[in-house]
Design a binder for this molecule. Structure first.
Ligand code: SF4
Length: 236
């Protein structure tokens, strides 16, 4: 399968912009085949992407970064989505267990150095997975936060060695309301933590309910940190 040339990115982006999210995913599958992968943390947009791929008959494999520190509710929700859609979402895990990390870097690294903890438990595992992919499909949306307001539909991201991997955000221009409507129309659930005031749900030690701010509110309380690095550290 011949991959697109990076020089074509603006032309392809323009073409994909006029397509539905389902047709963007169809392009992804037809262009990258088994080298395309959906990365999801089971936020509402991720559930929409998994459902769109499934109902369109696109066998795009999916993965999640299981840091070992996710909420039990998120793990149960993952199992529920897998059951509803009849899919398996691959767990991508860090090199070290939480206990091994505590022995190497001290206990509760997230309380002292969340950048390092995210690097070890999210960014590095993602980097290893990206070597197995030529297209990373993600659920970023522009209306999530000021930091994500200029997120491209199609871009090139970087693997740990600096090589290119294509990145597609098929719902980049969807609003929060549109995502919510899609879930309701198709009878799809959301992570029950949302009903308890959580906005963006990540690792349990670094996520609290949030009544203010944007959709990324409630992450890393007490730290000047807004992103785990998955999308910022891989940006080209
Ligand atoms: S979100 Fe918190 S616990 Fe999870 S990897 Fe990052 S710092 Fe560690």
């Amino acid at each position: 399968m011949a991959l697109p040339d990076p020089s074509q990115i603006a032309e392809i982006d323009g073409r994909l912009s006029g397509l539905s999210a389902e047709d963007r995913l169809r392009w992804a599958h037809e262009t990258f085949g088994a080298r395309a992968g959906i990365g999801t943390s089971f936020q509402p947009a991720g559930v929409v992407i998994l459902h769109l791929a499934k109902t369109a008959g696109l066998p795009i494999k999916a993965f999640t970064l299981n840091t070992g520190l996710l909420f039990p509710e998120t793990l149960a929700f993952k199992a529920e989505i897998e059951r509803i859609l009849g899919i398996t979402v691959d767990d991508v895990q860090p090199e070290q267990t939480v206990e091994q990390q505590a022995a190497t870097h001290g206990p509760e690294l997230w309380k002292r150095d969340p950048e390092k903890c995210c690097e070890l438990r999210k960014v590095q595992p993602l980097g290893r997975r990206l070597f197995e992919l030529d297209l990373w499909i993600s659920g970023l949306r522009r209306d999530q936060s000021a930091e994500r307001a200029s997120t491209p539909l199609l871009s090139l991201a970087g693997r740990p060695d600096g090589s290119d991997v294509w990145k597609l955000n098929p719902l980049v221009d969807w609003s929060k309301e549109r995502v919510r409507e899609y879930l309701a129309q198709h009878g799809l659930p959301h992570n029950p933590l949302i009903d308890r005031g959580y906005r963006s749900i990540g690792c349990a030690p670094c996520t609290v309910p949030s009544s203010g701010g944007d959709e990324r509110g409630g992450r890393w309380p007490g730290f000047d940190k807004r992103e785990c690095g998955l999308h910022t550290r891989t940006k080209k």
